[in-house]
Design a protein. Structure first.
Length: 175
């Protein structure tokens, strides 16, 4: 992308700040997940955050770090590369939450697989996440594919479009 994705101002402010504000309106507590080297960014460090406690474990390590910091809490996890994600899509996910499953997630409209980075992870899956991290996995999709998960369809499929390259940004995000 040429720049940290959290810094891109899709909504007149860095994406991380936009999502933090959007999630704060929907969740009891909101945290930004940071790698240790991101603590030097004042825009991020001033927000309530959880620093990854497991090096090089990717998003799965970030989720496990959050669960270790707040045992017993469920986590609504959102990637910063979803610029079209909106409050309505997040609200639908929260409404559909099934706390008796490992997670509640959307089915990705792009590949019909569970979307791991717009999902709610329940406390009961912390042990399974720890096992996957120990085996060297870093993507939460492995948990969603092999666990008891509540999968739902997005009402607005475009809200889950990942933007990972400048070309995708130009193609999928027109404002």
């Amino acid at each position: 992308m040429g720049v940290d994705k959290w810094k891109i101002a899709y909504h007149r402010k860095p994406q991380a700040l936009h999502q933090y504000r959007m999630l704060s309106a929907l969740c009891e507590q909101t945290f930004v997940s940071l790698r240790p080297e991101q603590l030097i960014a004042p825009e991020l460090a001033r927000l309530p955050h959880i620093t990854d406690s497991i090096a090089d474990a990717g998003p799965l390590g970030g989720i496990l770090s959050a669960m270790r910091a707040h045992p017993g809490a469920a986590f609504l996890t959102v990637a910063c590369d979803l610029p079209q994600l909106d409050s309505s899509t997040l609200g639908s996910l929260i409404t559909a939450r099934n706390a008796y499953r490992f997670a509640t997630a959307y089915v990705s409209p792009h590949d019909d697989l569970p979307e791991p980075l717009c999902a709610i992870y329940e406390p009961k899956c912390a042990g399974r996440i720890g096992m996957l991290v120990g085996l060297g996995y870093n993507c939460p999709r492995k948990l969603l594919l092999n666990g008891t998960v509540n999968l739902i369809q997005p009402a607005v499929p475009g809200s889950l479009t990942n933007v990972n390259t400048p070309e995708e940004k130009d193609r999928h995000y027109a404002r």
